[in-house]
Design a protein around this ligand. Structure first.
Ligand code: FAD
Length: 474
């Protein structure tokens, strides 16, 4: 099952690959794994993009392991693909030219927490939930929340964000400095713990979002936040998606400092009710969260309730009780699985689209998209981080049904074209990987692609780091 990717980069010579595997086996022993099952787990497994497994997987435990894998692979011209937790959605961890996956999950140490400076230094395999567990006793948290329990190395590499980005920004805003293993195995340091810096080219932000195509991140210094005194969460239903989006636009434009503002269209609410055993009214819904003092969250909730009413919303009910908040947000985080459960079957695939538009165009973009789905007779609940103008259609198609797949492809093209025509982007947070390469030229122009190719060539002249991702071959 799955959609095949064409335009794959060439595989290394079989002899070169065999020599690399031999040297890796000598260096890593049983930490080099070549079983079919483990290799497949390290290819893409999350959407209908076809699985392309690597030739071997090395379980790294320290920076020296990454350096040695890179040196051995570079010597033999064998690709190296970093692997965090494999939750990326655009085929980022696939190995279209084969090669070695470096699994970083055992590099999961928090190296230092500087509570007084609100930052910490971590290894790349630390996951966001593990980090927040570690920080909780110190009254600190790391706010970027892509739903999945992703690794911080993977999140930096996809420039991830999620439900909290409207208030706390994305990984772009959260990474202060990186250590990156480059193609000859040496380490680049991109910054310090200083909150700002004008020291030369901004290498930190070159590697943030590079999807492992320029080097392997071996250490991250990231910003932290204080856990807010009070957290209030609430929900409000609307008659139309347009009304819900108008409420979001007004809330953002009037400067209410919402921490999260998520849209679920009627189809998504229905899926969540069924999957998470909820009884929400099956009309468009906004889920909100406010952070601050008790007085602040009460004021923010009241101000938002008034906006919601103006835009045709029902009563805005909110709570500061942790168990009620958790139930609502768990349902939101399970949205993807709730959609999968709607249409079970081996040949059924789900793809999460990821357009993002300027906030003033959000209502038009979502409404036109819903009309298109109806016209094309496709099942695709909509959920989104609408405070940023970012929303996901979870498109469900039978990969054995050519006609349905063709309609799905048409829908995705039209959605991206619509967002780009509104000055938006094909991907707000999932990245380009393999799936979105076809949209990059229309979005940024051929000159930008040339600049990306030049950067890639300068930093990875052998094209060993995650080949076949982000920049389409010329
Ligand atoms: C149910 C679900 C919901 C999701 N919701 C969101 C969301 O709301 N927002 C969002 O942003 N994303 C979301 N995602 C996508 C995914 O969680 C993110 O893309 C996440 O950042 C991937 O992290 P990972 O650790 O799984 O990385 P992986 O998938 O393992 O890797 C992703 C990319 O980063 C590279 N990489 C990994 N580690 C390193 C490293 N140390 N150095 C260099 N390159 C590296 C890999 O080679 C690959 O190209 C969702 C995914 C799922 C399954």
């Amino acid at each position: 099952m799955g959609t095949a990717i064409t335009n794959n980069p060439p595989r290394p010579e079989p002899k070169a690959l065999a020599s690399a595997l031999e040297q890796l086996a000598a260096r890593f022993g049983n930490r080099l794994i070549t079983s079919q099952a483990v290799r497949e787990q390290h290819g893409h497994t999350t959407t209908w993009i076809v699985n392309q497994p690597p030739d071997g997987v090395v379980m790294a435990q320290e920076t020296a392991d990454i350096q040695d894998v890179v040196r051995i692979c570079a010597k033999h011209g064998v690709p190296v693909i970093a692997f965090g937790t494999g939750t990326s959605l655009e085929g980022q961890v696939n190995a279209p030219a084969g090669g070695i996956s470096i699994d970083l999950r055992d590099m999961n140490k928090v190296l230092a927490v500087h509570a007084e400076d609100l930052d910490c230094v971590i290894q790349p395999g630390v996951t966001r939930k593990a980090l927040n567990e570690h920080l909780r006793d110190q009254g600190l948290f790391f706010p970027i929340d892509p739903g999945a329990d992703a690794s911080l190395g993977g999140m930096a590499s996809t420039r991830a964000s999620g439900t909290n980005a409207v208030r706390y920004g994305t990984m772009r805003d959260s990474v202060l400095a990186l250590k990156v293993v480059r193609g000859d195995g040496e380490i680049i340091t991109t910054g310090t713990r200083a909150k700002k810096s004008s020291a030369g080219y901004d290498l930190t932000h070159l590697f943030v979002g590079a999807e492992g195509t320029l080097g392997i991140i071996s250490e991250l210094t990231i910003r932290l936040r204080g856990i807010p005194e009070t957290i209030a969460a609430g929900a409000v239903s609307f008659e139309t998606v347009h009304g819900a989006c108008q409420a979001v636009i007004l809330a953002i434009q009037t400067g209410i400092p919402v921490a999260r503002i998520e849209l679920l269209n009627a189809a998504q609410v229905k899926a969540c009710n069924s999957y998470s055993k909820l009884t929400l009214p099956e009309t468009p819904l906004l889920l909100m969260e406010f952070h601050g003092s008790e007085i602040e969250v009460a004021e923010q909730s009241k101000a938002f309730g008034e906006i919601a009413r103006e835009c045709g919303g029902g009563d805005f009910s909110w709570t500061t009780k942790p168990e009620d908040r958790t139930k609502l947000w768990q349902a939101r985080h399970d949205a993807y699985w709730s959609v999968k459960a709607l249409r079970p079957g081996d040949s059924i695939g789900v793809v999460a689209t990821d357009v993002c538009v300027p906030i003033s165009r959000l209502a038009d973009c979502v409404s036109e998209t819903e009309e298109d789905l109806k016209r094309l007779n496709l099942l695709s609940p909509i959920v989104g981080h609408v405070g940023d103008g970012n929303f996901h259609c979870s498109l469900v198609c039978d990969t054995n049904d050519a006609a349905e797949m063709a309609r799905g492809e048409e829908f995705m093209h039209r959605l991206v074209e619509r967002a780009q025509a509104m000055d938006g982007t094909c991907t707000g947070e999932h990245g380009i990987g393999q799936g979105k390469q076809k949209y990059l030229k229309a979005e940024l122009g051929p000159e930008a692609l040339d600049a990306m190719r030049a950067l890639k060539k300068a930093l990875d002249p052998q094209n060993i780091f995650n080949p076949g991702k982000i920049v389409p071959q010329a």
